[in-house]
Design a protein around this ligand. Structure first.
Ligand code: P1T
Length: 379
């Protein structure tokens, strides 16, 4: 089945009790049993809920995976992956990554004995050089947040397979429409469903997808045992959101490319980070690895002045100044003080995340209006 058909149909059956074409919101905490242990597959809503089951199956189908699991947020999904490991285990992660991912690794799990190494994954040698007999996981984010760097998923998964290490890919920025890391050999795909999958800035959720039965069993156990599950209303909203994922993504990509090209030609802009631009160091790899280049970009102003960057962000009107991304409406954000404030400044500087960087989540409005908004704000 092709992607657009899967986005609308995969994992979803008419409701068995009524025939409702849309999966109902099963707003219930428990399910009545005929006799102890004799039930219709549902006992208690932390363990299973039919609305969540439909969404988990749909997400698994979109990522070409056999097992899907949903969590109360993207970070709750990441948390579940980290719970697979034990004190002394080592994890290698992308150095440019979402600030909250860095925070859960360094500020929560380091205290429980996990050891993290953050490396620039644009060079395979950097990863290979970090691998020890304690390394258990390589965590990739690609495109990275907020510098839109591209990591070669297949090269990393090949290395992981040679060394017997799991590879997890945070696929939030790309969405399953643009790339499917399981097809390139990843063991786990993670999503902040809050973003493109939900698509309408109205719910917070995370997901994990895998083809590995053993990993799926462990993750299902963790999901039930620790309980960070989304409610059925949010599952319903995301089920509705993903039906238009392919159409939204096409417009996000189209608009973002036009804006990136416009910004690159602007005399006041010194650098545009967008993998769709031939000037981007990851352009050739992104062209191979992704179906298109996504709706996220970041840029720097020529003067590199903090005040000037603030002025632009304060004066944008159609681009609302807010954290998050992937909704139909355009957003702008200041990573250094917002989404990546939890990363110490010296670490941010090491990866090239400047205090003057402006990030855009390009929505699906008319691109002429978006460019006019940028024009009046940049001047
Ligand atoms: O916010 P939550 O659903 O918990 O997802 C966390 C997360 C994980 N991975 C990536 C790549 C992310 O971008 C995020 C959340 N990011 C933002 C809120 C942001 O504005 O970048």
């Amino acid at each position: 089945m092709k992607f657009a058909t899967k986005a609308i149909h995969a994992g979803i059956e008419p409701d068995p009790s009524t025939g409702a074409i849309m999966t109902p919101i099963y707003q219930t905490s428990t399910f009545v049993q005929e006799s102890p242990g004799k039930h219709k597959g549902y006992e208690y809503a932390r363990t299973h809920n039919p609305t969540r089951t439909a969404l988990q199956n749909a997400l698994a189908a979109l990522e070409n995976g056999a097992y899907g699991l949903c969590y109360a947020s993207g970070l709750a999904a990441t948390d579940a992956v980290l719970k697979l490991f034990r004190p002394g285990d080592e994890i290698i992660a992308t150095s440019d990554l979402y600030g909250g991912t860095y925070r859960i690794m360094k500020r929560i799990y380091e205290a429980y004995g996990l050891i993290f190494h953050f490396v620039d994954m644009s060079h395979m040698d950097n990863i290979a050089g970090m691998v020890t007999d304690k390394t258990k996981l390589v965590w990739i984010e690609t495109p990275t947040n907020p510098l839109l760097r591209i990591i070669d998923i297949e090269a990393v998964t090949n290395l992981c397979k040679q060394k017997g290490i799991y590879c997890a890919v945070d696929n939030t920025f790309a969405s399953p429409y643009l790339q499917n890391p399981l097809d390139s050999g990843a063991d786990i795909v993670m999503h902040s469903v809050t973003k493109y999958l939900g698509g309408h800035s109205d719910s917070v959720m995370g997901a994990l997808i895998t083809n590995n039965e053993e990993l799926a069993k462990q993750l299902q156990f963790i999901q039930n045992a620790t309980g960070a599950v989304p409610g059925p209303q949010d599952c319903f909203l995301v089920l509705r959101g993903i039906k238009t994922l392919h159409v939204r993504m096409q417009r996000h990509c189209e608009n973002a490319l036009k804006i990136a090209q416009w910004l690159e030609a602007h005399p006041k802009v010194s650098k545009v980070h967008y993998p769709g631009l031939p000037s981007h160091t990851g352009h050739a790899l992104a062209s191979r690895q992704m179906k298109d280049f996504g709706g996220m970009l970041s840029f720097e102003l020529r003067g590199d002045s903090y005040e000037e960057a603030m002025h632009v962000m304060e004066n944008l009107h159609l681009f609302s100044l807010a954290e998050s991304l992937g909704g139909v409406e355009s957003l702008c954000s200041h990573p250094a003080s917002m989404t990546h404030a939890s990363i110490p400044k010296e670490e941010r500087m090491k990866v090239g995340l400047k205090d003057t960087l402006i990030r855009l989540s390009v929505g699906i409005e008319d691109v002429d209006d978006l460019i006019a908004d940028l024009e009046q704000a940049i001047g």
